[in-house]
Design a protein around this ligand. Structure first.
Ligand SMILES: Nc1ncnc2c1ncn2[C@@H]1O[C@H](COP(=O)(O)OP(=O)(O)OP(=O)(O)O)[C@@H](O)[C@H]1O
Length: 276
């Protein structure tokens, strides 16, 4: 399988994007544990993870390095089967990459196809389902969202790391997925770009009703974006806190961050991470 086919394989929604999200739960996990076989024997990565996410919810996951956050995202994206327990999407056990889910990976360098222009990378997932004109309009819109409208004809390897990350985000946004999984989506960006993209993401969520689960090492980002923040801690990783963020929407980059509820959320999360 070549790299192009493999991207379509792991993200079937690139080839099959449709419909409005059904009501109810997007994800529900019961007793999910993941063990991996390593040279040194069995390694327990995640243990007994239980949670549910409503359709249209946005949840940020925080936790120290190596606690299993990416592993959890891989389970939800259908790339890794749990060793025990069950993970469901819209009530169906996940047994491969679900057609409703688009994942934005952390290693953006490998996710982009170097022989395709930026625009053709962004349009990759729409080629099988959309006319050229429709696709070009979607690609234009997505590139505008991430501030790369003028770079569509270039090749990705000509862009900076942060820009390549934005191209990958644009590709996901162009799909208008029902569920978006993002692994440190804004990690490689400068503060201004990061703030602009956070607000774009919230706008997209508002407009499309997408369900979004993202990993971040930035506690402020987790609180600013999320309805709830999950803390994963320990080894093996367990879900130690599901914090409800009590902040109205729309949120504001300056005002929201000064509210008592914002500071309280930050405080609770910092404590939860400190006791690890
Ligand atoms: N394929 C693998 N084989 C062996 N160990 C693995 C494999 N994938 C992950 N691990 C181990 O599983 C643990 C959890 O990894 P994971 O990438 O899920 O953590 P993370 O919380 O996302 O970390 P980070 O915040 O640093 O990205 C780590 O100790 C990692 O070394």
């Amino acid at each position: 399988m070549n790299q192009e086919e493999s991207l379509l394989e792991t993200n079937p929604s690139f080839a099959d994007n449709h419909g409005d999200a059904p009501e109810g739960l997007a994800f529900d996990l019961a007793g999910v544990s993941v063990d991996l076989a390593t040279e040194g024997g069995k390694l327990s990565i995640l243990q007994d993870v239980n949670f549910a996410m409503k359709t249209g919810e946005i949840v940020g996951i925080v936790g120290r390095s190596g606690t299993g956050k990416t592993t959890l995202l891989r389970v939800l994206g259908g790339l890794l089967a749990p060793t025990s327990g069950v993970a469901r999407v819209y009530g169906q056990a996940i047994d491969g990459p679900p057609a409703t889910v688009v994942t934005v990976f952390q290693d953006y360098g490998n996710a982009l196809l170097p022989w395709r222009t930026v625009a053709r990378n962004v349009g990759l997932g729409l080629e099988r389902t959309m006319s050229k004109a429709e696709r070009e309009a979607r690609v234009d819109e997505a590139l505008k969202m991430v501030g790369l409208h003028s770079r569509g004809n270039e090749f990705p390897w000509r862009l900076s790391g942060g820009m390549q990350q934005r191209v990958q985000i644009a590709r996901a946004l162009a799909m208008r997925p029902r569920i978006l999984l993002m692994d440190e989506p804004f990690g490689a960006l400068d503060a201004m770009t990061k703030a602009a993209l956070q607000d774009e993401l919230l706008k997209v969520k508002e407009q499309t009703g997408a369900t979004i689960l993202f990993i971040t090492h930035d506690m402020d980002e987790a609180v600013y974006l999320s309805d709830r923040v999950f803390v994963i801690a320990g080894s093996p990783g367990t879900l130690t806190l599901q914090y409800d963020v009590d902040l109205a929407r729309p949120r504001h980059q300056i005002n929201t961050r000064e509210l008592p509820a914002y500071l309280a959320a930050r405080h609770e999360l910092a404590l939860a991470l400190e006791v690890e």
